[in-house]
Design a protein. Sequence first.
Length: 121
Amino acid sequence: MFPTGTAGVALLLLRLSVAATLLVIRVECCTFSLSWTTVAAVVLALGLCMGFLTPYCASLCGLVELLEVLVPGGVGRFIIVMSALQSVVVAMIGPGGYSVDSRIFGRQRLTFPPRRTPHAD
């Protein structure tokens, strides 16, 4: 669930590209003023870059990007839809081994006590 190595690096790069695209779309579609939508986009992008609650951040990124399609005169719709699809992929695959999520929810060793056998009295 949290692959490392080449697959982990690929997932890190995918998360970074989704975060960067979200910010670029935000700058291109709207003026980059300090509004609540800009703050939300930056928080989502930081969450994706760090890999913190990745499925939720990626899902919200995809939703925000699809809402940008409604803004007239913005970035091309094809680019926005492709970025939203990338967000869905990140949400479905997960963050990878190089993320905060892997440190919080990652591989854990479970040890079970030995089974007790019933006694015949």
